[in-house]
Each structure stands twice: as structure tokens, then as C-alpha cells.
Design a protein around this ligand. Structure first.
Ligand SMILES: [Fe+2]
Length: 430
């Protein structure tokens, strides 16, 4: 039974407190540098399974592999190694896109019966986020998923199971190294995306192996790649960074700009590009996961959920507006100009910024990504329908956790105007 009603960041006391403090008040107070142990390449599966063999007694070696109807085809690549160490396993392919809360309860029930010591998340962002939440419900059945307070205290996970191991099959979400899960509250009409944050949600081990991503179709390559791009860009320009996260984000941006066009164009024929995009996505995950995503994500979450648009495509579309909004109060974008071949010398701020923003837009368009709502092809959105939903779009974006920590203070009215401008690509003039 679903018991959750209101997310922690939607409660008036938290909203009022954050509005008073402003997002920038939290900078430095909540710095953390979380990541999983990362194993990369062909030998990664063998190394990790040998580690499990050494750490878990034979009678306790049980693994639940959480996957979905698309990624279950990869399970054999993993189970071959589990057979090697005589680990009993179950494959559950019940994860669904956008992580409806009901699927979390289903997964937790399977855990209760099977009692795994290891949870493998084998899939894209939704599979990894499902696994995070299944872990919480298995370990703490009484937990209200929407009221898990980040930053203070610990949940006390990993008492029933020992390891959460993430194997991403897309390159973009970064969920394999973040303490964040995005789930869908299906009890609301229309359903709403909800962020859950807790340090213990970060995977213990991540396995990056290009065999799991090389056959991604072009659309998925582009859309998930734009997600990584938005993580790193939106976070970098929002002024929360430390030298650690700046290094992660700026390198991720460089890598995406260089390798995403190749991965999109050549697919499985360009393993080098796949390899670099896996790492770029992971680095962007560490970058934004240890600070906060830009408002491209609050805009994208709202838009994506209400109009049924892919997450990466949604946040990619709103990234130029997110940068434009923050650029009124920060010059952080300047440091990124060389990555886009924008020459900084002998230019005034306005001229330079205009060129930079155009270069970002050009990059998205070069991948056949949309930069305004009216140009979206998958799905095509009706203008009247879009404008009739501006209030709801603004409400959902404003109620997003990302809004609380925006470097520049944002509110529902400003969100509404941004959504209005995004119809045909108008620059932010406020
Ligand atoms: Fe994202």
C-alpha cells in the first residue's frame, strides 16, 4: 500500500526556511564528496565478483538483479560471473520508466522473500533509482519514502544486505554515483516526479563496461548524453561548486562536447566515444551529485512528466534557459567559453555571453536536440495545450527540490515566464 503523500521539500516549514536562507546559504555547510568504488573495463565484472566471493560466506551468497524489460537481456553477461563464485541469484525485471512508487513495493517484497546480500542495478537511471528505493524499503519497511530528510542523520541501511552494485546501461544519468533517486508519485494527477536524497543511496560499487552501452540506439545516446551535459553545465554555472566538483563538471563538459557527437553518429562502431561518454556521465554524476543540479532539472522534471518527454531531452531543452537565468547573477559561464571555442579576448561581457549561449544552443541542435518547445518532434506539443498548462508547469517546477537550492532565488511567477519564453526560444530578459 502506498502511504506517501507530501515530499519533505514541499512542506511549508522547509520551503519557508529555505526561502529565508536562500540556496546560497547552504554552500559549504553541506559539502560532501560521495561516490562509489569504480571498476572500469573488461575485467571489472571478474574483479567485483571475486571481491564478493571473498567478502560473503558461501551460504549467504544471494544476489537480486534488478532490471527492466529492455535491459534484462544483459543479465546473462552478469550471471555467468555469479555462477563462477556459486552465488545464487534472481533476476527481477519489474523496474519501470520513471520509477512508479508501486514498483518499489513490489521489489521490496521480493527482497523480503529472497533475502539478497547483494542488489545489482542493471539498467539506466530508472533501474538504478528503483534499486535505491527498493533497498530503502527492504531495509526500513516503515520509511516514508517522500519524507527522508537529506543532510541530517542516517537511515542505517545495509543491515540486511551488504552491497548495492550499479551497472549502467546508458551514459547520462550518473545515478550510479549519486545519492539521489527520482521517483514518480502516481497518486497525484498528473503524476509528479519526486526527488529522494540520502547519502546512503549512493551505490557501493559501480561497474563501467562498454559492452553494456555500445548498442544504445542514436536517440537514447543523444537524450541520455544531454542529461549528462545538463548535469555538468547546470551545476557548474549555478555557482555552488568547489574545486573538486568544478574539476568533475568541467572535464565532463569537455568530454561530452568532444565525444557525444561521435557516439551519436557512429554508435557501436566507435567504442572510444562510448568509453569516454560512460566516464563523462559518471564524472558529471559526481559533480552535480555532490552539489545540486541546475534549474534545467526542475523545469525538465515538470515538463517531462506533464508532457511525457524523455528526461534527457527535457533537461537538454531547458538548459539554455537555466544558464541564461543564472547568468544574470554570476559569471561562472566565462570559464567554459574555451570548451566551446568561444574566444574570450577583446570582448565585452554582453558580446561574449551572447556568443557563449549561442555556442551551447548550437551544440544541442547539432545533435538534433530541441532548444525550444515548439521545435520538439518527439512528441510534438500543441501550442494551445502547452499554454493552457503554464500554471501547472510552473507549480510542479517550483515545488521541485532543485528550486530550493537555486543560486539565484526563483519562484512560481518566474518559472511561468521561463516556460512561456521556452515555447519559441526567447532569451531571458529579467
Ligand atoms: Fe538528470
Amino acid at each position: 500500500m502506498v502511504q506517501e503523500k507530501t515530499a519533505w521539500y514541499e512542506t511549508p516549514v522547509i520551503k519557508d526556511m529555505m526561502a529565508l536562507m536562500g540556496g546560497r546559504a547552504l554552500r559549504g555547510v553541506m559539502a560532501n564528496y560521495l561516490s562509489s568504488k569504480i571498476f572500469v573495463g573488461k575485467a571489472a565484472l571478474l574483479r567485483v565478483t571475486r571481491y564478493l566471493e571473498a567478502m560473503i560466506d558461501k551460504q549467504d551468497r544471494r544476489a537480486l538483479i534488478i532490471t527492466d524489460s529492455f535491459t534484462q537481456k544483459f543479465a546473462k553477461k552478469l550471471t555467468d560471473y555469479l555462477d563462477l563464485i556459486e552465488m545464487e541469484y534472481k533476476v527481477w525485471s519489474g523496474a519501470e520508466p520513471e520509477v512508479p512508487i508501486t514498483t518499489i513495493y513490489e521489489g521490496a517484497k521480493i527482497c523480503e522473500e529472497f533475502k539478497p546480500q547483494v542488489l545489482f542495478a542493471l539498467g539506466g537511471g530508472s533501474v538504478m533509482d528503483t534499486t535505491k528505493m527498493v533497498m530503502v524499503k527492504y531495509e526500513k519497511p516503515e520509511a516514508n519514502l517522500l519524507m527522508i530528510l537529506p543532510y541530517f542523520g542516517s537511515l542505517g541501511l545495509r543491515k540486511k544486505m551488504k552491497y548495492f552494485i550499479a551497472i549502467p546501461t546508458t551514459s547520462g544519468t550518473g545515478s550510479e554515483v549519486t545519492p539521489v533517486a527520482v521517483i514518480t508519485d502516481t497518486e497525484r494527477d498528473p503524476p509528479k516526479k519526486i526527488e529522494v536524497l540520502a547519502d546512503e543511496l549512493c551505490a557501493d560499487i559501480t561497474i563501467l563496461f562498454t559492452d553494456f552501452v555500445k548498442d544504445m540506439p542514436p536517440f537514447l545516446t543523444m537524450a541520455t548524453g544531454l542529461d549528462a551535459f545538463a548535469h555538468a553545465m547546470g551545476c557548474f554555472v549555478s555557482n555552488w561548486g568547489s574545486p573538486f566538483t568544478d574539476a568533475m563538471n568541467s572535464t565532463a563538459i569537455k568530454e561530452v562536447v568532444k565525444y557525444l557527437p561521435r557516439a551519436y553518429k557512429y554508435g557501436s562502431k566507435d567504442i572510444e566515444a562510448r568509453d569516454h561518454m560512460q566516464m563523462a556521465s559518471l564524472m558529471a554524476g559526481i559533480g552535480f551529485g555532490n552539489t545540486i543540479a541546475g534549474i534545467d532539472h526542475s523545469l525538465g522534471h515538470s515538463f517531462g512528466k506533464i508532457f511525457g518527454v524523455h528526461h534527457g531531452l527535457s533537461v537538454g531543452l531547458f538548459l539554455p534557459y537555466s544558464i541564461d537565468f543564472q547568468a544574470k547573477v554570476t559569471d561562472r559561464w566565462r570559464a567554459l567559453c574555451p570548451i566551446f571555442n568561444v574566444k574570450v579576448e577583446n570582448k565585452g561581457r554582453d558580446e561574449l555571453y551572447k556568443e557563449f549561449l549561442q555556442a551551447v544552443k548550437n551544440f544541442i541542435v547539432s545533435l538534433d536536440g530541441p532548444i525550444c518547445v515548439k521545435d520538439l518532434k518527439n512528441p510534438v506539443i500543441n501550442k494551445e495545450d502547452y499554454f493552457s498548462k503554464l500554471d501547472l508547469l510552473a507549480e510542479y517546477a517550483d515545488d521541485d527540490a532543485v528550486s530550493l537550492t537555486s543560486f539565484r532565488t526563483i519562484n512560481r511567477k518566474l518559472y511561468r515566464t521561463i516556460f512561456e519564453y521556452a515555447w519559441d526560444g526567447k532569451d531571458i530578459d529579467f
